[in-house]
Every structure is written in structure tokens, then in C-alpha cells.
Design a protein around this ligand. Structure first.
Ligand SMILES: C[S@@+](CC[C@H](N)C(=O)[O-])C[C@H]1O[C@@H](n2cnc3c(N)ncnc32)[C@H](O)[C@@H]1O
Length: 282
């Protein structure tokens, strides 16, 4: 079903209001491709009828449309420089902190199908093993992994991945150590699975109920938002980080121009961010 310009504007406005996702000019094909099945399933003759249903619905249909409009591209150990910085700086810092603090909290704020939080959990456990008897126990770490999309969260929560998904970045030694081969799929082993909790969460919401974190990954999601929403999310991320916390954003993203509350730290060619010591919120 082809979408008219008026229908496109109504639907993209709806998607923006509910998720922050900006659908750019000329992306009519994207809305058509992603929402056509929902249109047919809901017996709508055109996108205007779907929009009318969306306006009346405040639940399932809205969730389904937003889910379909998200881009969930992800990989294991995505971005070599970042994961080198994680292994050589962030994780040693967190392990040291865990010797004195009962719980170290990590947040993967747009976790998609789970590759990002599980990659962090595997690296943490590997680094713990290398420390030997002096290592803090794994359950001293809690990883909260959130996303707006229920369909990616169901895959992430199960922790089951096809050979194709595994082939996208998984390291053989980690596959051997942290996964159970179930024949047609690989399953994340219980020790790793147990320290990650998945939850549906929209980054437009208030972050306060989630508590504070020692390390936040908010990677490759801010690119989909307006400048105004980026500024708001940087402010909320700052407020959610403990004062010596660390923030990681995507390699193509930068807080410059949106906030001055973070200081950049370059590690292994990757940019990490720390709350600025003299931060005046902007
Ligand atoms: C491209 S993926 C990035 C996944 C992972 N962070 C990575 O870098 O590989 C972007 C994710 O952001 C999620 N997302 C989009 N808008 C969101 C919102 N308003 N709140 C929470 N998650 C959102 C999408 O569902 C998608 O899974």
C-alpha cells in the first residue's frame, strides 16, 4: 500500500511523539515497508485509517507500530576501539571499584537483541578469571539492559542466537566458554545470563526510577533523535551516573553542542565520557 504525503506526516509525527525517533523527509518507503503488515493485519484500507486507529489506541497497536519503526542493528563486541577501551580501562576500573562497593551497576540503555550487555558481561567474567582469587564475585555486578522494542527484548531475554547472529562478531573463545550449543541455536550460559536483567524502557521517560549507575552504554541510538531530545537525554544520563561514573556513546556520536557536563577521556582510540568536575548543567 502506497502512503500519501499527508499520511506520512501524520504517522511520522506520531512515531516522534511516542519514541523520539525522527523519520526524515523522503522516507515514505521506510514507513510503507515497516508498517504494511500491521496495516493489513488491522484491516485498514490506507495509512490514514491506521493513524485514526492509533489515535484511539493507547496500548498494543502503538507499541507494535513503534516496535516496527525501530532500527535494531547490533553486533557482538561492536566497535573494536570501544571494546579495547572496555577491556583495558573500564572493566579494570569497575573490578577495582567492586572490591569496595557491594554492587556495581551497569546500564545498556538501548540494548537491542542483547549482544551489547552480554558482550560486557562476558568481558567482565573473563577479566575476573584473570584476577584469580582476589577477584570480586560476578554477582557483585548487575547489568540492566533496556530497549523500547518488545520484540528485540524477547530475543535478548531468551539469550538464544542463530548461527547467523553468532557469526556477527562473536569471538570463538567466547562462544566456546560462554554459550551452550543447542543444535539449531546457541544459548547464553546461566552465569552470564543471570547478571543481566532486561526491561522495556523508553528513553523519553524519566530515568530516576532506574537508580544510578557506575557505567552507562547509550550507543548508536541518539542518532535517531532530534537535537532537543539529545540534549534532554544527555542531561538525564548525567544525573543517572555516579560522580566517578563512565558514559559510552556510539563512535559517530558526540555530546558537543548538546551539553557541557561531560569530559571526554580518550582510551585506545575510543571516546569515553566522565561527569565534568565543575559541571554546571546546560
Ligand atoms: C541501532 S540499535 C543499537 C543497539 C546497541 N546499542 C548497539 O550499539 O549495537 C538502536 C536501538 O535503540 C532502540 N530505541 C530506539 N528508540 C528508543 C527509545 N526511545 N527508547 C529506548 N530505546 C530506543 C531501538 O529499539 C534499537 O534496538
Amino acid at each position: 500500500m502506497a502512503i500519501t504525503k499527508e499520511e506520512f506526516d501524520l504517522i511520522r509525527q506520531f512515531v516522534h511523539e511516542h519514541s523520539g525517533i525522527l523519520v526524515g523527509d523522503g522516507k515514505e518507503y521506510l514507513v510503507e515497508n515497516r508498517l504494511n503488515v500491521i496495516l493489513v493485519k488491522n484491516k485498514c484500507d490506507n495509512f490514514f485509517q491506521l493513524y485514526e486507529k492509533l489515535k484511539k489506541d493507547n496500548g498494543a497497536l502503538c507499541v507494535e507500530v513503534i516496535d516496527a519503526m525501530t532500527t535494531n542493528e547490533t553486533l557482538w563486541f561492536r566497535d573494536t576501539s570501544f571494546f579495547a577501551a572496555l577491556s583495558n580501562f573500564v572493566i579494570p576500573t569497575l573490578l577495582e571499584k567492586a572490591l569496595h562497593k557491594p554492587k556495581i551497576r551497569i546500564w545498556s540503555a538501548a540494548c537491542s537483541t542483547g549482544q551489547e550487555p552480554y558482550s560486557v558481561a562476558m568481558l567482565l567474567d573473563q577479566a575476573r578469571s584473570a584476577m584469580g582469587k582476589t577477584a570480586p564475585p560476578l554477582d557483585r555486578f548487575a547489568i540492566l539492559a533496556t530497549d523500547i522494542s518488545p520484540s528485540v527484548l524477547s530475543i535478548a531475554t531468551m539469550g538464544r542466537y542463530s548461527q547467523l547472529a553468532i557469526s556477527r562478531g562473536m569471538r570463538p573463545a567466547f562462544l566456546e566458554r560462554f554459550f551452550i550449543n543447542r543444535g539449531s541455536y546457541y544459548e547464553v550460559a546461566p552465569g552470564i545470563h543471570d547478571i543481566v536483567t532486561f526491561k522495556q524502557f523508553n528513553l523519553k521517560e524519566d530515568f530516576k526510577p532506574l537508580g544510578s549507575f557506575d557505567f552507562i552504554l547509550c550507543r548508536n541510538v541518539l542518532i535517531y533523535f532530534s537535537n532537543e531530545l539529545k540534549s534532554e537525554i544527555y542531561r538525564k544520563l548525567y544525573e543517572s551516573l555516579v560522580r566517578d561514573g563512565i558514559l559510552s556513546i556510539g563512535a559517530s556520536e558526540s555530546p558537543r553542542g548538546y551539553t557541557t557536563v561531560f569530559e571526554q577521556v580518550m582510551v585506545e582510540g575510543a571516546a569515553l565520557y566522565r561527569p565534568s568536575t565543575n559541571a554546571g548543567l546546560s
